[in-house]
Design a protein around this ligand. Structure first.
Ligand code: T3D
Length: 258
């Protein structure tokens, strides 16, 4: 598939997926969402890709649903299922780190997209707003699920009903993002962060992602079984052999991701 609203580049095990509608702060039209689901299940799933970066081209990360082309009188529930949910599911099921590089404003479903990713790294200039209730909508695109787990239900509700804009410092303080990097050297720093993940024990990273997803709904007993299974798979990997050997030889490991 060729992409009109995404720019894909692969460097050193990292697939950079740039949302590419900069004039409208990368607002999500249905074609972009279709392309994003395709990129996450096709190119991102290739073995050569060991970590994925989703970021915005231009000054914004993503301003949420494209309010010019989205018919609000349409059946939004069905539209969500057809266009938004495949993206959320693709991120969740990809067995490798998917990083949201929040380079600027993240609003509405744009914030939901960042929340659905595994890690969020924000530029110091990034801002976050839920936006949904500002136009009379409830939360969607996984935002109620992910945000209530990331920052708690109270903070999620307060952000939803105040519709205020959170800056990067507050986002870091409340756990909405995991790291903040310089705005001036954003492009270099974000690639360095994601490349460091891509050079890691990415087979184990996939297993850890699965463990953490399972933990969201499991009892302790169920989760102990999940961990035992994951660790058996990890222990049988080449990366473990390399990791232990590198430790004994007092050198940095060279993980292959399998
Ligand atoms: O209906 C459904 O599809 C259901 C799903 C809904 C999920 C949702 O995402 S609901 C929330 C939708 N998003 C919003 O309500 C945010 C709307 N945008 C804003 O509030 C502001 O633009 C921002 C806070 C994001 C950024 O403000 P600012 O001052 O930095 O930029 P700006 O000047 O407002 O925007 C720049 C341009 O982008 C501007 O176009 P122009 O005037 O230069 O031609 C603006 O119209 C355009 N733009 C921004 N957001 C959207 C958009 N165009 C279409 N859709 C947008 N969401």
């Amino acid at each position: 598939m060729s992409y009109e609203y995404l720019k894909l580049e692969e460097h050193g095990g990292v697939l950079r997926v740039g949302l590419d509608r900069p004039d409208v702060l990368n607002a999500l039209n249905l074609e972009l969402l279709k392309e994003l689901a395709d990129a996450l299940t096709g190119p991102a799933a290739q073995e050569s890709v060991r970590a994925v970066l989703i970021t915005g081209n231009g000054r914004g990360f993503c301003a949420g649903a494209d309010l010019d082309s989205t018919p609000v009188d349409a059946d939004i529930g069905q539209m969500l299922e057809e266009h938004y949910h495949p993206v959320v599911r693709a991120i969740a099921s990809l067995p490798k780190p998917v990083v949201a590089g929040v380079n600027g404003v993240a609003a509405g479903a744009g914030l939901a997209l960042a929340a659905a990713c595994d890690v969020r790294v924000a530029s110091a200039n990034a801002t976050f707003t839920l936006g949904f209730t500002g136009i009379g909508l409830a939360l969607d695109a996984g935002s109620s699920y992910f945000l209530s787990r990331l920052i708690g239900p109270g903070r999620t509700y307060e952000l939803a009903i105040s519709n205020r804009r959170v800056d990067a410092a507050e986002a870091l303080a409340i756990g909405l993002v995991e790291r903040v990097i310089s705005h001036e050297s954003y492009d270099l720093e974000i690639m360095a962060v994601v490349q460091s993940f891509a050079l890691g024990a990415t087979y184990a990273f996939g297993l850890v992602k699965e463990e953490l997803r399972a933990a969201l709904g499991n009892s302790l007993e169920q989760q102990l079984l999940v961990e035992a299974r994951a660790q058996s798979a990890a222990a049988a990997s080449q990366d473990v052999r390399e990791g232990v050997l590198a430790f004994k030889e007092k050198r940095p490991p060279r993980f292959g991701g399998h």
